[in-house]
Design a protein around this ligand. Structure first.
Ligand code: DOR
Length: 292
């Protein structure tokens, strides 16, 4: 593998590793910092049509095998433009959400000049009316994608694993004009405090990320690679160079890293050193090889 300029889904990345949406993506300064620390591109925290404080706490807990969150899509809405202004020219992908194609279009309009691509969050597992509520319906995914694609900025669509057949949703995004599919968002889950006899998260249920969901993500990438024509970007529990290679062999052209960044912000550099030290193979040559 070799680093360099990598074109994936209409965006030029510095390497195959991106910061996933949601982790350290709430300020321009933190996004800038992660680019300096070796991220090949960064995805912002999801931004929506109204300022939102999110769910009441606890919003995030660690489990033995990953992290469970129910942040509730907190975001400053339109004011986020101020954070992005200093990042002009950098590989910044703006994650957005809405409850219908009109809202997606409105939010995208605020950022169309600041985004190298949009990532449509149609996959949050615990936000009433948003996220997975629309991301499980192929027709809605198609319409939201089409509405945002009208700005001429590449559109990536981040899918939920909480469906019976993820390829139906991937194909809908592709038909709507998406330039890439990102798989996956978090897996629905919950924990109960036996001492308190009640759910731990303030929202009761949440989304699981980290190690436990890596095999789920690999399977989703595998299925999407087989079914779709547009690039697939892998996301879910990636924390090592070996994980990145496995994701690529399943069909991912690039990989997003979230939970592992919470443990160590130097994860990009650490992975890159191992990934790009193995000389030889052009990355394009390992994408999807496990299907042969
Ligand atoms: O697990 C998630 N949590 N996925 C999302 O898309 C949003 C986030 C939140 O803000 O709750």
């Amino acid at each position: 593998l070799q680093p360099g300029d990598i074109d994936v889904g209409g965006v030029t990345l510095r390497n195959h590793l991106l910061l996933a949406a949601g982790v350290l993506g709430t300020t321009g300064a933190s996004l800038q910092r992660l680019l300096k620390l070796g991220a090949g591109g960064v995805v912002t925290k999801s931004i929506g049509p109204e300022p939102n404080a999110g769910h009441h706490g606890p919003c995030l807990i660690r489990t033995e095998c990953g992290v469970l969150n129910a942040m509730g899509l907190p975001n400053p809405s339109k004011n986020f433009v101020e954070e992005l202004a200093p990042l002009e020219g950098e590989p910044v992908i703006v994650s957005i959400f809405g409850k219908d194609p009109e809202e997606f279009k409105e939010v995208a309009g605020w950022f169309a000049e600041h985004a190298k691509a949009f990532e449509l969050n149609v996959s949050c597992p615990h936000a009433a009316g948003y996220g997975a509520a629309i991301g499980t319906d192929p027709e809605t995914v198609l319409e939201c994608t089409r509405a945002v694609a009208s700005y001429g900025v590449p559109v990536w669509v981040k899918l939920t694993p909480n469906v019976t057949d993820i390829t139906t949703i991937g194909l809908a995004a592709e038909k709507g004009g998406a330039s890439a599919i990102v798989a996956i968002n978090t897996v629905r889950g919950m924990r109960i405090s036996t001492a308190m006899r009640r759910p731990v998260l303030g929202n009761r249920t949440g989304g699981l990320s980290g190690k436990a969901i890596f095999p789920i993500a690999v399977k989703c990438v595998w299925d999407l690679y087989a079914a779709c024509t547009i690039p697939v970007i892998g996301c879910g529990g990636v924390s090592t160079a070996e994980d990145v290679i496995e994701m690529m062999m399943a069909g991912a052209q690039a990989v997003e890293i979230g939970t592992a960044v919470m443990d160590d912000v130097r994860v990009f550099d650490g992975i890159a050193q191992k990934l790009y030290a193995k000389d030889g193979a052009d990355p394009a040559s390992i994408v999807g090889v496990a299907h042969d």
